[in-house]
Design a protein around this ligand. Structure first.
Ligand code: AMP
Ligand code: MG
Length: 468
């Protein structure tokens, strides 16, 4: 297969990675292939057996330069000085038809020197979850890594619940640079490597940035927009560790993530997030915390430390206001206001408070707002009606349903649908996967109303698992 790799990361110093090939798998079989993304990347969709051999890791393309990347990270607030790609291998980079350079990475492709206690593998469930949710996020308009392929390995892997079918995901990203990539060199005091990394990140993502602090400013701005988008869609990432925070501003690492059904600001899905560190409503604060870690790392290379610390502090302290402004802009649009003015924040927060009190469905409430059906989402209808009166006064005209429908999705990848899809896929039935992918390709259109339905009492899936 012809893939026009052009690998810039592999040209960085050896300290940045370990070169190694993916570990071949027993019986690679194509489960899903993203033709549209392949086309963007200039990859010809050949025959399925050949695709499965390449994206299962058995057949490494000629121009690839496979490697596992080194990084560190704060996991749930505690620093781990060395993480790295423990189950992923970067095949290389391609420049797409849109002129953008992207990484092509296999995830679940076997052990690496950074695997620690792990087996380097992934099972089908998390692979298909990431495939569906990342592609849905893309269709929703959120910056995100994407899914090019999912390959069944024909091997069993072992997790707490027993033997599970193995799979490999091919992930495509603007890069896999994380806050943790900076942290590893800063922690080790490897200033030259830190400088090289900074220059590389600027050239690749923010070519207008004039230096480390300007890079920090750009990443803060990108992360602020990203978090506001997550909030506006009811998305909960679940593991906002600094190693899962991308310098590009893309959503990365779909582990125990989920979209909320019933709205609650303290909602958590991740089974391992017992303190609620990464709860829905904590995401803005955590993003700022992550940027403070990036700032600390970047500062290690500055000559005039005092002045740099002062400037970096200013940049990080400015971030909450950036998130708030982006949040207000997006939520104002969700309630049909093209531009926010004084008092709108309170109006939006009052609606959210009512939704929280009544457990209203996040997605369906906003989608129904321009119609009379919105009040059906509430048990306290008088309270909602009182809010709606204030809202209509503020609008001063009929709500612009078309504009609102363009920002309030009709369908999101609901957690119970994801679980049903995984269960079917394990049993060999990919039809629910295909159905989800079809509806989520146009999430602002009402193509499959049954997928818009919140879970019934029996269908609720309250927690998600990393599956590592
Ligand atoms: P994640 O929670 O996916 O962000 O992973 C955190 C760290 O654990 C990363 O360094 C991963 O590469 C590593 N890791 C996760 N799962 C595995 C696995 N099955 N085998 C080896 N390393 C893993
Ligand atoms: Mg990760």
């Amino acid at each position: 297969m012809q893939i026009s790799f052009d690998n810039s990361y592999a040209a960085l110093p050896d300290a940045f990675y370990t070169r190694l090939d993916p570990t071949p798998v027993k019986a690679p079989r194509m489960l899903a292939f993203n033709d549209e993304l392949a086309e963007l990347l200039g990859i010809e969709a050949g025959d399925p057996a050949q695709l499965a051999a390449v994206f299962g890791g058995n057949d490494v393309p000629a121009q690839a330069a496979p490697l596992a990347q080194l990084y560190a990270g704060h996991q749930f607030g505690s620093f781990n000085p060395q993480l790295g790609d423990g189950r992923a291998i970067l095949l290389g980079e391609v420049t797409g038809r849109d002129g953008i350079r992207r990484d092509i990475q296999l995830k679940g492709s076997g052990p690496t020197p950074y695997s620690r206690m792990g087996d380097g593998r992934a099972w089908l469930g998390p692979v298909l979850r990431e495939y569906v949710v990342s592609e849905a996020m893309h269709a929703l308009g959120v910056p995100t890594t994407r899914a090019l392929a999912a390959v069944a390995t024909g091997e069993s892997i072992y997790r707490e619940t027993g033997a599970l079918p193995g799979a490999v995901l091919t992930r495509v990203a603007r890069s896999h640079l994380r806050v943790g990539t900076f942290q590893v060199f800063a922690h080790r005091g490897e200033v030259e490597n830190l400088r090289t990394l900074t220059g590389y990140a600027i050239a690749r993502h923010y070519p207008d940035a004039t230096g480390p602090l300007d890079l920090l400013r750009a990443v803060c701005a990108a992360q602020a927009e990203l978090i506001a988008q997550w909030m506006s869609l009811g998305f909960i990432h679940g593991v906002m560790n600094t190693d899962n925070c991308a310098i590009s501003g893309e959503t990365i690492d779909y582990g125990p993530c989920a979209f909320m059904d019933a709205y609650h600001a303290a909602r958590v899905f991740s089974s391992i997030d017992r303190q609620g560190r990464y709860a829905y409503g904590n995401q803005p604060g955590i993003a700022v915390w992550n940027m403070a870690q990036l700032a600390t790392s970047l500062l290690q290379q500055m000559d005039d430390k005092d002045a740099a610390v002062e400037e970096a502090t200013e940049i990080v302290h400015a971030m909450p206001a950036l998130i708030e402004a982006a949040w207000l802009r997006r939520f104002a649009a969700k309630i049909g206001l093209p531009a926010a003015q004084d008092g709108d924040q309170g109006l939006i927060e009052d609606l959210l408070a009512l939704m929280q009190k009544d457990g209203a469905d996040f997605t369906n409430t906003f989608r129904a707002l321009p119609t009379d059906a919105a009040r059906d989402q509430f048990t306290d209808r008088d309270a909602f009606d009182a809010w709606a009166t204030r809202w209509r006064d503020r609008l001063d005209r009929a709500p612009d349903a078309a504009a609102m429908n363009a920002v309030n999705p009709a369908v999101i990848p609901r957690n119970h649908r994801i679980e049903q899809m995984i269960e079917a896929a394990v049993a060999g039935d990919m039809a629910p996967f295909e159905r989800l992918m079809a509806a989520l390709a146009t999430p602002y259109a009402e193509t499959d109303p049954d997928l818009a339905r919140p879970p019934t009492e029996d269908e609720i899936v309250p927690a998600t698992f990393c599956g590592t």
